[in-house]
Design a protein around this ligand. Structure first.
Ligand code: ADP
Ligand code: MG
Length: 311
């Protein structure tokens, strides 16, 4: 016999009581209840993934469960917030228990890793649409905004870019010797929570790279009312991405492809020695507005934009 909506919630989602003290009441009532320590702020964010927009139909449900939570935790990381809870809204075309089991495996293993309690949600039938809202805690005034970058600050990224973009090309038919690791970057991004926490009181501005480095760095530039110069040779690229560029000449790919979920942040030069290990300087903030990219010492024009819905 098939499950009802309420059986489904009990079997798959109301599986453990909340563990974090902030989460005073979890799944089962009309609302969850949070007890926020004084002097702290709650950072909250929401991201949706829609079949055939964010993932192909038939995509691996375990990866979807992981990625749905990961992209939300990545926003908390970019704010310097420490995750503690999430809600989950699921719209499913039908109840498919093997799909749900795998989805939950992906979701809860990442949740456990980052001590995130699932405290509520909604379950409806309809076209496959997955939404998470994630909650983080941060000391009042310590959040990493997009708006405080200053001329002279260095621009840094937390790790390689372009791997997820190459993974997408592999899904569309590109062949590469290291396909598994590139697909893993696309399907199972790791939110840079520890780096975000370590950047509090050090970075002047921060964003996570979801839509491509140039698009996301531009958000910092606009919010801070500054410009930037970045240097292509400084970009950290994996061997498969370098090989792809060598073959195709498509050197813009790592700058414009989305889904990397590394952090892009700015910091005064006096902070350089205190940044998290692995931070890579790719350029500097300028008073002159606009984003300038240099490759082989030459100024390049940046035309291709990041992904935009409704564009
Ligand atoms: P309501 O009718 O008050 O919106 P629901 O019947 O939708 O409540 O949900 C019952 C309880 O189960 C609520 O606490 C809700 O937060 C939780 N819930 C529903 N769907 C999910 C889900 N997909 N994941 C986690 N919690 C859920
Ligand atoms: Mg409901």
């Amino acid at each position: 016999m098939s499950l009802t909506e309420f059986d489904l919630i009990k079997r798959y989602f109301e599986v453990e009581p909340p563990r974090q003290a902030i989460n005073q009441l979890g799944i089962g009532d009309d609302c969850a209840l949070l007890q926020v320590p004084s002097g702290c702020q709650v950072a909250l964010t929401c991201d949706t993934m829609v079949e055939n927009v964010h993932f192909f139909s038939g995509a691996d449900p375990e990866s979807l469960g992981h990625k749905l939570l990961a992209v939300n935790l990545s926003d908390l990381a970019a704010m310097g917030a420490e995750p503690f809870a999430a809600t989950l809204a699921l719209t499913l075309p039908r109840i498919d228990e093997s799909w749900l089991t795998a989805f939950c495996r992906g979701f809860f293993s990442l949740a456990k890793l980052h001590k995130v309690d699932l405290i509520g949600g909604d379950t409806t039938s309809g076209p496959l649409t997955l939404t998470v809202q994630a909650f983080g805690i941060i000391q009042q005034g310590a959040a990493l905004l997009r708006s405080n970058a200053e001329p002279g600050d260095g621009i840094f990224i937390s790790g390689e870019i372009g791997n997820a973009g190459l993974g997408l090309k592999i899904l569309k038919g590109y062949t590469c010797s290291d396909a598994t690791s590139m697909l893993n970057c696309l399907d199972k991004p790791q939110p840079r929570i520890a780096q975000g926490l370590a950047l509090r009181h050090k970075a002047s501005a921060c964003i996570d790279i979801s839509d491509g480095l140039t698009a996301d760095l531009n958000h910092i530039l606009e919010a801070s009312n500054v410009g930037a110069s970045i240097y292509w040779e400084k970009l950290p690229l994996s061997p498969p991405v370098s090989a792809y560029i060598e073959e195709s000449g498509d050197w813009l790919m790592p700058l414009t492809a989305g889904d990397d979920y590394e952090l892009c942040f700015t910091a005064p030069t006096t902070m350089i020695d205190e940044l998290p290990a692995g931070s890579i300087c790719i350029g500097e903030i300028t008073a002159e507005s606009g984003l300038r990219l240099y490759r082989d010492g030459c100024l390049q024009s940046l035309t291709r934009k990041g992904y935009e819905h409704f564009a």
